[in-house]
Design a binder for this molecule. Sequence first.
Ligand SMILES: Nc1ncnc2c1ncn2[C@@H]1O[C@H](COP(=O)(O)OP(=O)(O)OP(=O)(O)O)[C@@H](O)[C@H]1O
Length: 610
Amino acid sequence: MARVPLNFDETKPNIKERLKALGNLPAFLREVYLTSPALTISNTILRLLRSAIPISILYIGKLIIDEVLVLSSTKSDNLNQIYLLIAAEFGLMIISDLLSRGIALTDSLLGDLFANRTSIKLMKHAVSLDLAQFENATFYDKLERARQQTNGRTALLSQILAQGQDAITMGLLLVGLVTFNPWLIVLLLVSVIPSFIGEWHFNAKSYSLQRGWTPQRRELDYYRFIGASDETAKEVKLFGLSDFIIERFKSLSDRYFKENKKLAIERASWGSLLVAIGTLGYFGAYTLIIVDTVKGIVTIGSLTFLAGSFRQLKSLLEGILGRFTSISQGALYLNDLFEFYQIEPQIVSPVQAKPFPSPIREGFNFENVGFKYPNSDKWANRNLNFVLKVGEKLALVGENGSGKTTLVKLLARLYDPDEGRILLDGVDLKDYNLVELREHIGVIFQDFQKFNFTAGDNIAVGDIESREELPELERAAHQSLADTVIEKLPLKYDQPLGRKFSKGIELSGGEWQKVALARAYLREAEVLILDEPTAALDARAEYEVFRRFAELTKGKTAILISHRFSTVRMADRILVLDKGNLLEIGTHEELLEKNGRYAELFYLQAEGYK
Ligand SMILES: Nc1ncnc2c1ncn2[C@@H]1O[C@H](COP(=O)(O)OP(=O)(O)OP(=O)(O)O)[C@@H](O)[C@H]1O
């Protein structure tokens, strides 16, 4: 979707920039049309028809009054013409109501569909972006503002369509007015322009305020969430954090309220003054029409027609100008949405991507790999040189923060190295098809997601294509010991897990871990990565998991991260990381013999168990 580039301080757009943002509207309308061509066309036709109603009603009203005057002055009792006109007026009223309802209906249907379509597009785009982009606060501000656009823009749509409709109605009324007295146009402008200028000015201020407050609004949402959520309730209660969180929420929301209040008061005061000026213009026009009637320049019927037209024109013009400012404000908000769509992922498949080498022949080769997180100056991994042979089980060991998880994130191309490269069968990982690469690597992270889905779906997320294949799910559950957990659930594989929705059952940490582990087994991946998969398991379960792991991953390449040496020693080789650097690598025996860090940590833990 095209977007008008805005090179300015976007929190304080000036008039030119705001007009420029209107350039977003064609792209927006195109999106609306694509949402439902049938509804968009129906809505447009209904509005076109509806726009001719006001002048028709007014004109028939004029004809009725003139006819009444003729009849009463000639003392005629032939009322046929009058009855016909009244019937026509009645018919128009009914049609007008039907059209308005049709417009409201198509508006709301189109609005709902558009909001859904935008939400889906937003989710699709968000998931295509890099993890690195999610680690940036500015990105979250953009995402937040874009998300607001999904519902907020429904109103914009009705406004744009109503604008077109009112413009046509106004054009027709204006023709009538000009025919009688061109001066009325000048008075009309005097009666609406002052309040338009006021609206324009205050809408700009309100936009700046809203936009400038995006980070704080996110913060408020965060306090609202941690202050009242099942995920945080335990700690909030035990640590007695409620008052602390409420106080932070209160002080921030009070500041927001004060700023909003100041603007609202300013707006109301100026608004009253500007409307008074406008009313003066309105009464000027009214006087002019009355004087013309008294002088006999126009008929009494025309007096009612003109006064009615003028009143309607005034409110239409006010509506159009007022709406114009909110449409231009809406167009500025659209920038946020289109800007979000324009964020491009950096980690992508190359144009001529190589297929994943299935089966892998040699393995991975880390060549001087270094990586810093985007928001950090510290190397999370540096100078990594080692080979992970196909079929090998490699354990990663190291203190907290030594770079173990980062290493596997690089392997799965969640990030790309800043230095050096990772080769798979002699080819840079970046040259492979990204989707295939991720399909062939099964990773279970220590902070795996506990989805509030059914137990079956919680396993199926490992390979969502096999969601309907119960035997496959059962196989994976058996391999990861999750079957013992699921057997005890009343609804078995159909049991909703988590507490967010009704009928949901919460599992213990270890039970969740078994379910998550099944995801890795479900996916027939050639490379399996388990990042502290057993941290929450009891000793017996851990032993059993690893006995099976060794069997199940025969011939597969696997990486295992663990702080438990009983687990680690089952690996073919062990890589010890220290502050992101490779300190030692070798078999359990070799490293013990070396008597370095591994041996030190191993004996330290063994000591603890004595
Ligand atoms: N998303 C991130 N943004 C910035 N820095 C990060 C991020 N994730 C990790 N780090 C930093 O990178 C370093 C390595 O982290 P990593 O998660 O790889 O360690 P780890 O060895 O897996 O630790 P643990 O044993 O605690 O799981 C740490 O210093 C950490 O603070």
